[in-house]
Design a protein around this ligand. Sequence first.
Ligand SMILES: Cc1cc2nc3c(=O)[nH]c(=O)nc-3n(C[C@H](O)[C@H](O)[C@H](O)COP(=O)(O)OP(=O)(O)OC[C@H]3O[C@@H](n4cnc5c(N)ncnc54)[C@H](O)[C@@H]3O)c2cc1C
Length: 443
Amino acid sequence: MRYATSGTEETQTDTLQGVVVQPTQASEVSIALLWAQENAIDVAVKGGGHSTAGTSSSDGGLVIDLSRMNGVTVDTTQKTITAQGGATWKEVDEAGAAQGLAAVGGTVNHTGVGGLTLGGGYGWLSGEYGLTIDNLLSATVVLADGRIVTASKSQNEDLFWGLRGAGYNFGVVVDFTYQAYDQKEPVFSGLLGYTPDKLEEVMGALNESLAQPDSRLGAMCFFALAPDGSGPMIMVIGFFNGSREEGESKFAGFTALQPIVNTLDMIPYSLVNTLQNPQATYGDRKAFKGIFYQPPLDPLFARTIFNDFMVKIQSDPDLAASAIILEFTDMRKICEVPLSSTAFASRNIYQNGIVHLRWTDATKDLEHRAWAREAQAKWKAELDAAIKDGDESSVPQYINYAEPGDSVVSNIYGENIDRLRDVKIKYDPNNVFHKMHPISTSK
Ligand SMILES: Cc1cc2nc3c(=O)[nH]c(=O)nc-3n(C[C@H](O)[C@H](O)[C@H](O)COP(=O)(O)OP(=O)(O)OC[C@H]3O[C@@H](n4cnc5c(N)ncnc54)[C@H](O)[C@@H]3O)c2cc1C
């Protein structure tokens, strides 16, 4: 049976699984895990299937595909949302919206709750409420030895700590319960599109949004080709969780730059997480290279990156769906949480981004991946130059954007690594869960 994840990376070629199981309950996950170990078969777990490094797939092994475990329930009294491990954020957003609630989930609603939560999770509500893991109340986990346990602040606390930021390492999470928040009102959000000559001014407006932070405000910037084929463009998704009047004022610096596209409007929160769906689809070949930068982002550096990227993606029509994505998130709430209170190591002021190449011709894999790595290295060099006391490798990288095999990935778990090793030895001593930045059990 052929069964592809959303793309491939240099760490893997296309994989052909030995067998895929689609459990409908935790006990079936437990049986599958035990069977695989008894027969010395490699195991992979698939949530939303968005890994571009093949970490939710196994060459010749067993894939536990959680897609049939995608139920979501809402507790309106406690204001919590429980999602099964194979749900996507679409199901969470829609179930929450029906009750006037929202959770901190991903900005592309077909991403899985599984992978995104276990690696931390940034979303449009992160400025106000922190990371997805900061709002995780409990999880049900099937361990390698087949036991089904609860992890929370009061049960298996060490496992709960490890799940929040290094969560791919310990078991199959069959449900997550999140704190949700009132979200009865729509938000002010939409797309702004600019011609390339506006790049420095757009960067100025984006930098200003972080210089004058508002926890309700966020933005993402995309260097990409216009969908109508008219050439390079700078796109911004703006987000403000407040009234139209205040939103217009918050984005006045952006609208004054005379965008050629402006869809800013009052829309339901759940719809904001669909805005990127037309571009962020499954399939094709992909390089997904996490980058990060220290704000304010130097407009001259951004210009160099933009120009180089456009030369690259205009050199081959097959690369037309590629983009460089830069996030502008108010990190204050995220950084309020002490580094040691969850396993998530990259709580810092640095902003995340992605160099994302996408193509279809497999003969171009090496060429395009090499280019993406070079682009990633330029961001690393820029950050190295900006950091006074050390180099970029001293800054833990965001695990969800740091696919295994990335050339600049050197530090994922930061100062939490020793404690994580103890948790790994306790819950997965034989390293059954080893696909995504496995924690070594030896020092
Ligand atoms: C289009 C796109 C948009 C994105 N947007 C955001 C964003 O807004 N915010 C953000 O923080 N990140 C974002 N990411 C990164 C995303 O969080 C990671 O790629 C994440 O790992 C995807 O999870 P998944 O369940 O869809 O993928 P999968 O490929 O299914 O899983 C990824 C990893 O998690 C493991 N896993 C998944 N579910 C479980 C489970 N229930 N139990 C145990 N292990 C599990 C898999 O084994 C695999 O190693 C985005 C990625 C893409 C491709």
